[in-house]
Design a binder for this molecule. Sequence first.
Ligand SMILES: Cc1cc2nc3c(=O)[nH]c(=O)nc-3n(C[C@H](O)[C@H](O)[C@H](O)COP(=O)(O)OP(=O)(O)OC[C@H]3O[C@@H](n4cnc5c(N)ncnc54)[C@H](O)[C@@H]3O)c2cc1C
Length: 369
Amino acid sequence: MPTPLRTAILGGGISGLALALGLQRGQLACGQRELEVVVWERHGRNQPCGFGFLLLAGGLQALQSLGLDPRGQGLGQPLDRLRLCLDNGQPIREHRLEQVLAVDRSTLLRALQGALPADAIRFDHELQDLEWQGEWVQAAHFSNQQRHSADVFIGADGVNSHCRRHIVAMAPRPARVREIVALVELPDLAAELGLDFLKLLDPRGGLAAGLIPLPKGRVLWFVQFDGERFAPPQPAAIPDFLRRHVGHFALPLQRAIAATDLGQAHLWQPWDVDPPARLVRGNLALVGDAAHPLLPFTSQGLNLALEDGALLAEALLRCDSAASLAFALQSYAQQRQPLLPRYVSLGRQIARDFVAPLNSAGHRVPLAL
Ligand SMILES: Cc1cc2nc3c(=O)[nH]c(=O)nc-3n(C[C@H](O)[C@H](O)[C@H](O)COP(=O)(O)OP(=O)(O)OC[C@H]3O[C@@H](n4cnc5c(N)ncnc54)[C@H](O)[C@@H]3O)c2cc1C
């Protein structure tokens, strides 16, 4: 295998950037074998960024291992309590949260990008196909007609991964529970929420809202609904949908909705996917959502993506030959694959509880912690 080890990371989201950073840092720290790390991202530098998510203990640890200090750098808002209430605000129960940070996606992306050398990310490169020779990928082809070869290819291209199709045949089903998500700057409400994640549940089941404070006086809010009972709205009909179905929910949600530019709200279609049979084929491996799209109920998409990136970086830093490269990818897959059935089934369990009327199951903590 030629030196340096040329690593092509296909997708510049959270998992791809975490992996790139892990490789860069490991190389600098250990003075190990020279690596060439390039992230190929389909969007331009100002890529669409999304809203936010919960960073849990595993993701926090992975970020720290990459040299980022989310608490110290103010990347997130610590949360120490999940408050479950009825839709009218009447409390049901509380659950203590430990090591949970609410993080917005654009801040996290910027922090990861900023920690990498400027030329490590090539924007405006949309992967179109992979060129194989037997069981080994030779090169990636991009929609701008460019071809780039490498020694190892990592599919970090998200939930609709092109790379995944080269490894496993998976049939993603649209998940039954859909989500409208938005972000609003509302310092008063953010201050009132304090360190709380507030979740409001319609007792009939199948409808809930969540409010999460973010740094700088912003609030992430979402409305989850059973797509079999409530017809998902077109983007222009989101305000009407919210008025009709959650107009009776408690005041914090009404304040958040009233202050939001609903043109920016996003209707999310999550996918329900079985655990993958394989994460690796030859010199191609999958990380993050490309490897294992999870239901948002689990709150684990971000965390597993960060852990995947950090772990795969460690494995790749240890290899010094083609044989050890295959071994490194397999050992990564062997570590990650056994975790996935649990998260898939936890997500499905929470989804089943969600669509049922509120009873003791409805009091279960709706997170796969
Ligand atoms: C725009 C966007 C907004 C999001 N917002 C939220 C949110 O608000 N809350 C939440 O919980 N999750 C959100 N997610 C999903 C969340 O980021 C992931 O579940 C999680 O972080 C796993 O990260 P990932 O790197 O595996 O996938 P992603 O973060 O989805 O990253 C995949 C990357 O691959 C790139 N890509 C895809 N196809 C190609 C291709 N053919 N060629 C080159 N590059 C490609 C994408 O542009 C993207 O940058 C969002 C994802 C995206 C892409």
